[in-house]
Design a protein around this ligand. Structure first.
Ligand code: ZN
Length: 274
């Protein structure tokens, strides 16, 4: 059984490029990972479009990086959700991504019906899932902290996400992002329920006290109150043996720093706190 006090495998660190999005293009992030010996990368689609999907796939392959996820599909309340998700699946396929992360979206404009929005998430995923299966791309629902239920994701707990997975079958699972789920009293139980069959991604950062912004004030691992060792232990006991992906949105701190310094500190904290 893995022990949380063991240092994590240095080969299993991944950089979600949001962590340096203010400073670097995707091409620079790919080079940065290679330079710092970070073996995984998870690009966002806006930066991917800037670089070009084929050029990105080529550069990622040339540097021997694993694409631990593509961010993101989902937003099922948006008008063009179907075409957009089809494009996302195609891009994930071209990149050889381990999964496409789904941020499912909140309420449609002027709606107060969160129950309907949630039902719509399941319906929408059931429409794209056969295409994702055909492309060989696992879909990973990322439950988001309930403070973002209205505008970013009306799926807010691992339990809720896993109920959707159980309703839909194979090829659909979850991305466990500690920032969104650390507070959940059912977290350990639901991670166990998910098991290796459903856990497609594991995202790390920290929760700062106080938090000054609902979306853009995430902390570096070790700077907040999340017990990262414990949660890592839970996901490993559940059978997950994939990458730990650092994802830090931080307008006032980490996006202001020299990105090489950010990557250095990510590595150091990963080894010490995760
Ligand atoms: Zn995440």
């Amino acid at each position: 059984m893995p022990n949380a006090t063991d240092a994590p495998d240095p080969e299993k660190l991944s950089l979600n490029t949001a962590t340096v999005k203010a400073q670097w293009s995707l091409a620079q992030a790919i080079e940065g990972c290679a330079r710092h010996g970070i073996r995984g990368i998870a690009p966002w689609r806006d930066k991917l479009a800037e670089m070009g999907v084929k050029a990105a796939a080529k550069a990622i392959k040339a540097n021997g990086l694993t694409v631990t996820g593509l961010c993101r599909g989902g937003f099922f309340a948006a008008k063009d959700w179907l075409d957009d998700n089809r494009r996302a699946i195609e891009e994930a396929h071209t990149l050889g991504a381990q999964c496409l992360v789904l941020v499912v979206g909140g309420l449609p404009e002027k709606s107060r019906d969160i129950g309907r929005a949630r039902a719509r998430v399941t319906e929408s995923i059931s429409i794209i899932l056969p295409e994702a299966r055909k492309a060989g791309i696992p879909l990973a629902i990322e439950p988001l902290h309930p403070m973002q239920a209205a505008d970013r994701a009306c799926v807010n707990t691992l339990e809720q996400a896993l109920d959707i997975c159980d309703a839909l079958g194979d090829g659909i699972g979850v991305a466990v992002d500690v920032y969104h789920v650390w507070w959940d009293p059912k977290l350990e139980q639901q991670i166990r329920r998910a098991g290796s069959k459903r856990i497609f991604g594991y995202h790390i950062c920290d929760w700062l006290v106080p938090t000054r912004d609902l979306a853009y004030d995430r902390g570096m691992m070790g700077d907040g109150i999340i017990d990262l060792g414990k949660i890592r232990n839970w996901v490993e006991v559940a059978g997950y043996s994939g990458f730990q992906e650092v994802e830090i949105f931080s307008e006032r701190d980490w996006w202001q720093r020299d990105p090489d310094e950010v990557l250095r500190i990510c590595k150091e904290r990963y080894e010490r706190c995760c």
